[in-house]
Design a protein around this ligand. Structure first.
Ligand SMILES: [Zn+2]
Length: 334
C-alpha cells in the first residue's frame, strides 16, 4: 500500500490537530508519500539498534512516538549517531512517521492506556491540559427509503452519530422531497423538466468537524442520487476535549480505590503538578518530574508516583500496533 494511505490511517488514530502547539515534529520526518509500504515497525524511540533491526527485517516504515530529530537540523554528519541513523534510513528506503503529543491525547493513546492501567475509565476522565476541543455539527441528509440502511451504515462507519458510549445515534423522519431535473441531469427518479415528488427519509445526526470530509465521501458512495441534498449546521454543544493528562475517580476494584481523584500524565508530566492539583487530584502518576515540580507537589500535598518516562509510554506500543493492523490489514506490522 502507499505510504500516503498509512499516513491517513495514522491521522485517524492520532489526529495531528490534537498535538500541543509546540510539537511541530510530528508526521512524516523521512520518506516519500508515494512509496510502496509492506512492512512497518512500531516503536517508542528510534535508536541505532532499532534502525539496525528495521534494516535487517526489511521494514519500509518506522512509526515512532518520539521524533527522530526534535530541532531543525543544521547538519547531517555521518560520524554522529543521529546522522548515521538518518543516512542508514534513507539508504535503505525506510520512512519515519511520528505521532507524539497527538498520540498522548488520542483515544486509546498513551494517556488513555496509562489511565486504564491505573484503574481509571478514560471515557469518564477529565483532561488536565486541553489541546483540542471538538467542534460538533448537525448533519442532515435526505434519502429515498430503499437507501436508508446503506446511508446509515456509511454515516456510522465514518464516525457520525457517536454520543458518549453510544454509536449509531440518528433520527429519521419521513416526508416528501421535490425537485425538477434540469437539462443534462440524470435523475434517479423523475423526468427532465417535470416537477418530481419523492418519498424520502430525513436522517439527522451529529458529527465532529474533522470527520465531515470522510462522512460526505462515505455517503456519496452509498446514496443513489446524482445530487445529494444535505445540510451541515455548526452546533453550540460542547464536543469532546482532547489533551495531555487525564484525571478521574478510580474504579472500586483498582489499587487506587482509596483515592477520590487521581491524575495520570505519561512521559514528563511533572509540569502538570499544579493543574492536576487545581482540578482536585490527590495523586499524580507520571513518568518523570523535575526537582522543582517534586518540591511543588510536596508543598501542595499532592502525592507523586514517578514510574519512568519509558515505563509510562511504551505501554502504548502494543495498542498502536493493534490499531494500525485494524486500519491497514494488508500491512505487516512488527
Ligand atoms: Zn515521551
Amino acid at each position: 500500500m502507499k505510504l500516503q494511505t498509512v499516513i491517513q490511517a495514522m491521522n485517524r488514530i492520532a489526529p495531528p490537530q490534537y498535538a500541543c502547539t509546540w510539537d511541530t515534529q510530528i508526521g512524516l520526518q523521512i520518506g516519500n508519500k508515494n512509496a510502496e509500504i509492506k512492512k512497518a515497525l512500531v516503536t517508542l524511540d528510534i535508536t541505532s539498534a532499532l534502525v539496525n533491526t528495521a534494516v535487517k527485517q526489511k521494514a519500509d516504515l518506522i512509526v515512532a512516538h518520539h521524533a527522530l530529530f526534535f530541532r531543525p537540523l543544521e547538519s547531517i554528519t555521518l560520524h554522529s549517531p543521529l546522522g548515521k541513523n538518518i543516512a542508514k534510513l534513507i539508504k535503505n528506503d525506510i520512512a519515519v512517521f511520528i505521532a507524539h503529543t497527538n498520540l498522548d491525547a488520542a483515544p486509546d493513546g498513551v494517556n488513555w492506556t496509562l489511565a486504564r492501567r491505573s484503574g481509571l475509565d478514560p471515557q469518564k476522565c477529565e483532561v488536565i491540559e486541553p489541546t483540542y476541543r471538538e467542534q460538533l455539527y448537525k448533519y442532515v441528509v435526505f434519502v429515498p427509503a430503499e437507501a436508508v440502511e446503506a446511508v446509515h451504515e456509511a454515516i456510522a462507519a465514518a464516525g457520525g452519530g457517536y454520543i458518549g458510549k453510544y454509536s449509531d445515534c440518528t433520527f429519521r423522519l419521513s416526508g416528501t422531497g421535490t425537485f425538477r431535473p434540469l437539462d443534462g441531469a440524470k435523475p434517479y427518479t423523475g423526468r427532465q423538466g417535470e416537477l418530481a415528488k419523492a418519498e424520502e427519509i430525513r436522517i439527522e445526526t451529529i458529527i465532529a468537524e474533522e470527520k465531515i470530509g470522510a462522512l460526505l465521501n462515505a455517503v456519496r458512495a452509498r446514496h443513489p442520487y446524482e445530487e445529494i441534498a444535505y445540510d451541515l449546521y455548526p452546533l453550540k454543544n460542547s464536543g469532546r476535549t482532547y489533551g495531555i493528562g487525564l484525571l478521574g475517580r478510580p474504579e472500586k476494584n483498582s489499587q487506587y480505590a482509596g483515592y477520590k481523584k487521581i491524575a495520570v500524565a505519561s512521559g514528563s508530566g511533572g509540569s502538570l503538578v499544579q493543574k492536576a492539583w487545581d482540578k482536585g487530584a490527590e495523586l499524580l502518576i507520571t513518568g518523570e518530574a523535575g526537582y522543582h515540580d517534586q518540591l511543588l507537589a510536596a508543598e501542595l500535598g499532592l502525592e507523586l508516583k514517578i514510574c519512568g518516562h519509558r515505563e509510562t509510554e511504551e505501554i502504548v506500543v502494543p495498542a498502536l500496533r493493534e490499531k494500525l493492523k485494524t486500519e491497514c490489514p494488508e500491512l505487516a506490522i512488527l
